[in-house]
Design a protein around this ligand. Structure first.
Ligand SMILES: NC(=O)c1ccc[n+]([C@@H]2O[C@H](COP(=O)([O-])OP(=O)(O)OC[C@H]3O[C@@H](n4cnc5c(N)ncnc54)[C@H](OP(=O)(O)O)[C@@H]3O)[C@@H](O)[C@H]2O)c1
Length: 190
């Protein structure tokens, strides 16, 4: 990924290993950076010389990754533990940037609730939608105006291809009392 022109300098409100160094590198925010695809993407950004805001629930993992990337690449990482199933989390995450321009937003945090729609507790389904969809939309709406005003920025939404398989089939009573497997349920059970 090519590094764009350097954005204006402005401090990030948080603890970094090298707070006294002026922040002149582009900044990327990666949600779900504590493991998997998000962690890998954070490593790619760091290798390309970007500063990072790392978001997930597991603060210990984020701090360890941030310290490792700072040491290896001379960048700055802010580990920002946040639960994106909380509706207030996107705004709190955004405030932690303290006005520093965001050059890249990676909406990666997400998961699938396993089990049949009929049996999974509503709260679990709603929490998943909050993380996978609503927080993604909220962070996008927070980041986009500044990017448009600066005519600079990029947003990457990491998602599943499962929704493109088509509409799910509602579960219906059957003589065997076994609900049909919808594409979504197939994915959750895979
Ligand atoms: N791997 C695949 O084959 C695949 C396929 C299709 C789509 N995807 C999508 O790709 C994205 C990443 O998947 P992955 O395979 O890398 O999964 P993963 O290894 O399980 O990583 C998920 C990340 O999301 C974070 N997360 C989960 N719940 C969160 C919450 N409530 N608040 C904040 N962060 C939360 C996790 O961190 P904490 O637990 O520390 O919060 C973790 O960092 C997901 O959106 C997934 O749906 C993956």
């Amino acid at each position: 990924m090519p590094v764009p022109p350097r954005p204006p300098v402005c401090g990030v409100g948080g603890v970094t290993a090298t707070n006294e160094v002026p922040l002149t590198r582009p900044l990327a925010l990666v949600t779900g950076a504590s493991s998997g695809i998000g962690e890998d993407l954070a490593r790619v950004f760091a290798r390309e010389g970007w500063d990072l805001v790392l978001v997930a629930r597991n603060g210990e993992k984020l701090r360890a990754l941030g310290a490792e990337l700072e040491t290896a690449h001379g960048i700055q990482c802010l580990a920002l533990p946040a639960d994106l199933s909380e509706p207030s989390a996107p705004e709190a995450v955004w405030k932690a940037l303290a006005g520093r321009p965001l050059e890249a937003l990676v909406n990666n945090a997400g998961y699938a609730v396993a089990g049949s729609i009929a049996e999974v507790p509503l709260a679990a389904e709603l929490g998943m939608f909050q993380v996978n969809v609503l927080s993604l939309v909220a962070l996008t709406k927070l980041a986009l105006p500044g990017m448009l005003a600066r005519k600079s920025g990029r947003i990457l939404n990491v998602a599943s291809t499962v929704p493109s398989w088509g509409a799910t089939t509602p579960a219906r009573p059957s003589s065997s009392a076994t609900p049909r497997r919808s594409p979504r349920n197939c994915a959750a059970q895979a």
